[in-house]
Design a protein around this ligand. Sequence first.
Ligand SMILES: *Cc1c(COP(=O)(O)O)cnc(C)c1O
Length: 401
Amino acid sequence: MTRIDPAPLNPADTHPALLGSLCPPSGVKPLNFSPGPTSLAAEVQTSIKALFDAERMCSMYLSHRSPEFLDILASTVQRCRLAMDIPQEYEILFMHGGGHGQFAAVPLNLCPNGDEKATYLVNGTWSKRALTDASKYCRPVVVSSENQDGSFTHNPSFEHLDPESKYVYLCSNETVNGIELHRLPKLGIKAPLVIDASSDFSTKPIDWVGCNVGVLYACASKNIGHPGLTLCVIRRDLLGTPSKLCPGVLCYTTNAREGNLWNTIATFNVEVVNIYMEWMIAQGGVREMERRAVAKSAMLYKLIDQSEGFYSTPIADPSIRSRMNIPFDVAGGDEETTRHFLIQGWERGIVGLRTLTPFGVGKYLRASLYNGVSMDQVAALADFMTDFLKTCRSKHASASC
Ligand SMILES: *Cc1c(COP(=O)(O)O)cnc(C)c1O
């Protein structure tokens, strides 16, 4: 199989830091700012490792119908409910197919005829992609904030939404574009909200009932676990009317009825979520996670805003700046300076700032500060960015380095 590497800025570049390598020089501890999949907190990783040495069989090879796994599953559901204050009228499912699976699952579960209207609020690349897939299974009404050049720098209007829509779709954190809703909106129409919370789930509280949340899903690999599991929370009154074309693995009704065991669940990934939720609750719960997310992101935004243009971020309005994914450029995107920045960061262990996405490499670098990224790690990145800026400034009067 041929390997497709991300295109370096300059085709002659073969330095690992410019190819998006996540492995710093040997002996240097990686500080992982990758947009995902990503690292979990060190304590969580230690507990996961211990699963392989435990007395009972590890969940990776434990039958999903064994009493031991049923205990793990029940405990994971209960911890998710507790940690995220999920009311009893919602089912909690652990599904396959990632975030992309849900792009199709949502209309296939909520639009039995396939021609129902559904409003898509498009505020970034992921909601745009969800819309593309949903177009096969429903009639989307599109409300988009895409700029003429294809960028996204603000949210679309949430007013005057189509009252006949079966649901209103929204991504609460646009991972690539760096736009976040720090609280879900209260739209004041009957249609329930469907939320893609893949990159911000468990980083802030959710007002499930007050915001009329019908479905909320999160692929595990950003904040709560590893790829291979998608957490879906569905209000029970929305079950029971899937399209007859909805495949069993994507069907909320089937999976809820079978208690998450219609087919083989991702056993190990479920236990990882359980360990993660236990850690999060012990740390002080979702409010503490939010406090940290605010503090970590503020550290970087402050540095960027005070750099007199040496660093810049595309989202001007602080009220929608993502706390999870911070896009920024270096010296106005100057190629030479950016190369130096990536290589010098990599030498200090700073990795994941430039990665290939389904939407290309992109103009901006991006620091992802999920719950697994500690305050100290963000401080190390901020120190590097400050040092780099100072060195460049002392070498040159101009912005470039
Ligand atoms: C990562 C991500 C996805 C894609 O998830 P997959 O598990 O790769 O299918 C979807 N939506 C958002 C907001 C994401 O951050």
